[in-house]
Write a protein that binds this ligand. Sequence first.
Ligand SMILES: Nc1ncnc2c1ncn2[C@@H]1O[C@H](COP(=O)(O)OP(=O)(O)OP(=O)(O)O)[C@@H](O)[C@H]1O
Length: 379
Amino acid sequence: MAEFGVSTPSVGVAGAKPATSTGKPLSVVALRKTYGDAVAVDEASMEIAAGEFVTFLGASGSGKTTTLMMIAGFCEPDSGTITVGGRDVTRLAPQKRNLGFVFQQYLLFPHMTVGENVAFPLQLRGVPKDEIRRRVGETLEMAGLSGLAGRRPRELSGGQQQRVALCRALVYRPPVILMDEPLGALDKKLRDQLQVEIKAIQQELGLTVIYVTHDQEEALVLSDRIAVMRNGRIEQFDTPRELFERPKTAFVADFLGAANFLPGRVEQQTDAHTLVRLDRSGGLLKARRHDLAAGVPVKVAVQPGRLRVCAPDDGFCTGTVETATYVGSVVRAGVRVDRGDAPLLRMEAPAKSGPVIGERVGICADADDVNLFPDEQGR
Ligand SMILES: Nc1ncnc2c1ncn2[C@@H]1O[C@H](COP(=O)(O)OP(=O)(O)OP(=O)(O)O)[C@@H](O)[C@H]1O
């Protein structure tokens, strides 16, 4: 599976670190960039640990690439600071920051062979020839490209070209590698495969990686932590699990898990829970405890995978199954809720016991899976 020739150690396990990390910590403080009146990046701050895989995730135009380009040195910030391994690099030229880059366009030199492309960063740094030969050989082997060293980029597939681009970034062991949608041009199958390989190699070498994508699944698979960006701001910077289970805003809940939202009001606080009365059906729903006063209008948010079918009398609402799509291990269903608490509740149920179209059902959720957000519109 892992063509990079490394074992695939606990892929996707946040925080798994190798014994020796070649990465360095990176810190960004109050980074800001404007273009005329438009604010592209607004006071972005984050501390990234050595060996951590961090992803900037957001919709088009949210400021991901601008933030990455400021870290790389290709775009000058209006204000703020960037430090790598404790050294302030904010005003340094890109080549003086000693960072590796991999972009969506492979940007390989077409007239050079694979081996020459990978050797290039070492030649620039004046590394002796024998050493270059050894390190290029090792890196190509790790990427499963040893047999292709003599080919030119046009004689390679897209996936192979992207592996060469990755080798060229890895060969001089930069303490931080920046990747901007590196798999964006590849088909889904190849993308999935290279995600596993990039993660494996990052863990193996203990690299610090900052990765840009607008693909939520890719971000979840790869990252120790994800910075969800919106309108130039970091909306939440957290582990995939925290973002998914404890989103701090309705935007994050919707962006990461496509949450269901139901309008209601806080009814009562207990020591362990917050009780919510749904607006239209009057159903009572238990959420994990939030610090909200009785009477406050809220949006109740539950991820589709955390809703369950139960007996109509046992749920916080009832409805009729309107759609049911078999997608392998689960059935994705849409439930038309009585009295209009939500247009159509989206849920996932195990395929074996999945709901069928036309069935009358109750809907339940564990309190711990129910998040509340104050409803700013107030109603
Ligand atoms: N050179 C520029 N001149 C003017 N505006 C710019 C420039 N570069 C970026 N912007 C604006 O800054 C904002 C953030 O752009 P950025 O490319 O960082 O977003 P992004 O999240 O990376 O988007 P995408 O996923 O589409 O690449 C956008 O509104 C964009 O139009």
